[in-house]
Design a protein around this ligand. Structure first.
Ligand SMILES: C[S@@+](CC[C@H](N)C(=O)[O-])C[C@H]1O[C@@H](n2cnc3c(N)ncnc32)[C@H](O)[C@@H]1O
Length: 270
C-alpha cells in the first residue's frame, strides 16, 4: 500500500533500515496506518464471525493492533499468533497472544489449526505472494476463514492533483511500481487466486476514503514520501523547493485527495 521508501534494499525485499530516524518514522507510520485502517478490518473480521475460543493468525502484524483486538475478542479460551519479519514496531502482547519473529516466505507455521488467518497490506510487498497464499491456506482448518486486504493503486495514481504535488505523486507512484518484489495492485488478483484454490463463500469488497491534509488518512502515505525527500532531490526527480511546496499542499488543513482502493477478500476453506 505504501511506496516503502524506508527500504534498506529497495529492489529486493521489504526491509526497514536500522537508523533511529527511520525506525521512529516507521513506528509512527504503522500506528497512523492502524488508526486509519483498523475499524474497516474489525468489521471484516466480525463479518466472518470471530468469537471466543477462536485460534487466529495475524501475518505481517506491524504495530500489532489487530492482533490485540483479536486477542480481546477470542478471550482466554482462544489464541492469537502474531507474526512479523520485523518486531521492532509491535506493541506488547495482549491476552493469549504469542508474538513471533517470522518470515512468512521461509519460516514454518504450525499445522492446519487456525480458525482465522488475516493479512493486511502484506502480500503486495512479497515477491513469493502466491506461494505465501498457499502456505496460509495450508494452516487453516477446514471451515476456517482467510481474510486478506490488499490495495489497487491505479485510481490513486490516476487522480488529478495540483502542481507541484501532481509531479511528486507521479514520481512516488512510479517508484512504488518499479520495486521488483512489489505488486501495488495485488488487491485485484486475490479473489481469483482464492477461487482457483477452491475456497468457498468468497466475498470481495472495495473501499476508498478521503485522504485529509495532515490527518492519519493522509499521513500514513506522506510520512513515507517525506522520508525519500533527499533521494528524490539528489536524483534530480524534483527540486527541493517543489518537494517542500508539494508536501505543504498535501498537508494543508482542508486539502483532500482520493485514497488508494483497498480490496478486502474473504473465503472459507472447504
Ligand atoms: C505495510 S506494513 C502493514 C502492517 C500491518 N499489517 C497493517 O496493515 O497495519 C507491511 C508489514 O508486513 C511485514 N512483512 C513484510 N515482509 C514480510 C515477511 N516476509 N514476513 C512477515 N512479515 C513481513 C512488514 O514488516 C510490515 O510490518
Amino acid at each position: 500500500m505504501t511506496p516503502d521508501p524506508q527500504q534498506g534494499d529497495p529492489d529486493t525485499t521489504y526491509t526497514i533500515a536500522d537508523d533511529e530516524e527511520t525506525a521512529a518514522r516507521e513506528y509512527e507510520r504503522l500506528r497512523v496506518l492502524a488508526r486509519w485502517k483498523d475499524p474497516g478490518t474489525i468489521d471484516a473480521l466480525r463479518a466472518v464471525g470471530i468469537s471466543e475460543g477462536w485460534r487466529c493468525l495475524e501475518v505481517g502484524a506491524g504495530a500489532g493492533t489487530i492482533s490485540a483486538w483479536m486477542a480481546q475478542t477470542v478471550g482466554a479460551t482462544g489464541s492469537v499468533l502474531s507474526t512479523d519479519v520485523d518486531l521492532r514496531f509491535h506493541g506488547d502482547p495482549v491476552g493469549n497472544t504469542e508474538v513471533r519473529e517470522h518470515d512468512i516466505t521461509s519460516d514454518p507455521l504450525p499445522d492446519a489449526s487456525f480458525d482465522l488467518v488475516h493479512a493486511r497490506a502484506v502480500l503486495q510487498h512479497i515477491a513469493e505472494r502466491e506461494a505465501v497464499l498457499d502456505g496460509l491456506l495450508a494452516v487453516l482448518r477446514p471451515g476456517g476463514w482467510l481474510v486478506v486486504e490488499e490495495a489497487d493503486m491505479r485510481s490513486f495514481e490516476a487522480q488529478p492533483l495540483p502542481e507541484p504535488l501532481s509531479s511528486l505523486h507521479a514520481a512516488m507512484c512510479m517508484a512504488a511500481a518499479h520495486q521488483e518484489y512489489r505488486d501495488p495492485n495485488f488487491g485485484t488478483r486475490v479473489l481469483g487466486l482464492l477461487r482457483e484454490r477452491g475456497m468457498a463463500d468468497l466475498e470481495a469488497t472495495g473501499h476508498t476514503e478521503t485522504m485529509r491534509g495532515g490527518e492519519d488518512s493522509a499521513e500514513w502515505w506522506f510520512l513515507a514520501v517525506e522520508h525519500v525527500r533527499d533521494r528524490l532531490v539528489d536524483a534530480g526527480v524534483i527540486s527541493a523547493a517543489d518537494f517542500d511546496a508539494a508536501l505543504a499542499q498535501a498537508r494543508a488543513p482542508g486539502f483532500v485527495m482520493l485514497g488508494p482502493l483497498s480490496i478486502q477478500v474473504r473465503g472459507r476453506k472447504q
